[in-house]
Design a protein around this ligand. Sequence first.
Ligand code: THU
Length: 130
Amino acid sequence: MSLIDEAARVRERAYAPYSGFKVGAAIRAEGGRVHLGVNVENAAYPEGTCAEAGAIAAMIAAGDSRIAEVAVIADAPRPVPPCGGCRQKLAEFGGPDVPVTLATLRGAREETTIGALLPGAFGPSDMEAS
Ligand code: THU
């Protein structure tokens, strides 16, 4: 199954009763394992979490730490750009050349990279003492 198909399948389990906007994310870690996430909203709206954040949490909990590939899908008029916070979260665990596929259920696809989504990202190497 393709990474987008994995994201589409898990998207059905998203918990988005407030926005009605379900998102699925799939991350292939270095080593090949796939980790899945969905958006999980909350009655206290700002407490909701994005699908990408869920997939990252699943990756870390499973013992992987480096992202090799990302896929995100929603039922939208155009492929949904990850929010700013998720761009930063992805950049923590994946290099700038890591491919990101943004997709819609209607078949649109946009291929980008973590580096294109967040040029000049602040990352762990920026905190190394000189
Ligand atoms: N959302 C994601 O899960 N990922 C994105 O890339 C964009 C937005 C979620 C957050 C919220 O639950 C809903 O979509 C509407 O913003």
